[in-house]
Ligand binder design. Sequence first.
Ligand code: ASP
Length: 462
Amino acid sequence: MNEDLYKGYRGVALEVLKKYNAQVWSDAKISTNNGGYYEGRILPRSVTADDLHIVIKLHTGYNIGIAAKKIIKIEAEGKKEAIYKVPEKEFPFDPKKPKVKLLGTGGTIASRLDYRTGAVIPAFSPGELYGSVPELADYCNLETEKIYGVFSENMGAEQWIGLAKAIGEEIEKGVKGIVVGHGTDTLHHTAAVLSFMVQNSPIPIVMVGSQRSSDRPSSDAALNLMHAVKTASESDIAEVMVCMFGPTSDSYGLLHRGTRVRKMHSSYRSTFRTIGDIPIAMVDRNKITPIRDDYKKRRKDKNAIVTPVFNDKISIVYYYPDMKPDIFDSLIENGYKGIVIAGTGLGHVNKPLYPALKRCQEAGVGVYMTVQTLWGYVQMYVYETGREMLQLGVVPLANMLPEVAFMKLGWALGQTDDLEEVNKIMLTPINGEITDSEPSNGYLIYQGGIPEVEEFIANNQK
Ligand code: ASP
């Protein structure tokens, strides 16, 4: 048997392919015993995937798996191996355009599909990027550097510190804007920590990702990149921002403040939302439209303050009813220095945890309260129980988002062990992580009655 003809297929799926003389990369018409009929190209099968399905790329560009045992006929003809590598081209230089640096860390935005393993692999290359989105040259002279090549669940203290340092060096070199390509899953964690590690930036620092890889017809990679690069090149907003789809359609992107943004949907392209506030601006390919004016403005100096430190002996405890105190005790025993609680309602945990909170206090472990409702403030004076927790040293963090509090705590503990000092850092807003009030229109997003919502509903009824 020439295994190469059946790349990755085994067992039942391999039997079926052989029975109908169909091979990988053939154009196939497949009928199933429940009336299904599919036309597309047979793709290689991941070596780690099951042996029960045959995967084809439909003409629409989407991949589907068909249960091999349901297949009653395959008509296979022609064979064309798809090359999913984007042609590399050198980025053109225009002396009139600003210099922007793109730092790649990985994620779907820097990925293409590896049909050997069936997985999306990080494959960032500057030439590939320009080869696939030549419009980027309309805005700037883009220099790119792959500093990491990881999916964002693998970002950690080492990478955050490295990224902050790299950003500091680029500011020092005088670039006009920085784009950070990043996986979307933890993009908001990195946006938060960069907001603390790189303060007083004179230029825009724009984080961007994509929800769908560039081999898919509905990919948001190209547009997000264009929006991010335009923002880094031209906008006067000198903050750490996240640039991703605004509505589910591709009509504009939103620029979210790095400390108030969160990934809110596992698959929509418009997954990033500003929580408890409104975004900074809208961006499309022609213009950047601020929707608030309290942002930090671009400057000509290079006076960023970079504090690239992080103590990773910290944790978030997401409270659930009937939680047992040993969760906290094990953190104390394992030398954790700080804990962010995402509490219920106004910031609560059950009574059985109180003795463990006391043990945290005695062990010098800082405990901070945020709310799992995400919108709104911790209010520990409303109920007696809240007051008791304050007595046990729990520090309420107003409307700081749990993940933002987590990142800020690691950064604060990276600077000092002195809990009083840490508390001061935690409670002193740096860039919007604690705000005086939350505008009602910051909550209304997705709740009805505004154009974005109507567009969303219309698109999803199709
Ligand atoms: N798992 C990927 C990541 O966060 C998803 C993405 O990039 O959208 O790296």
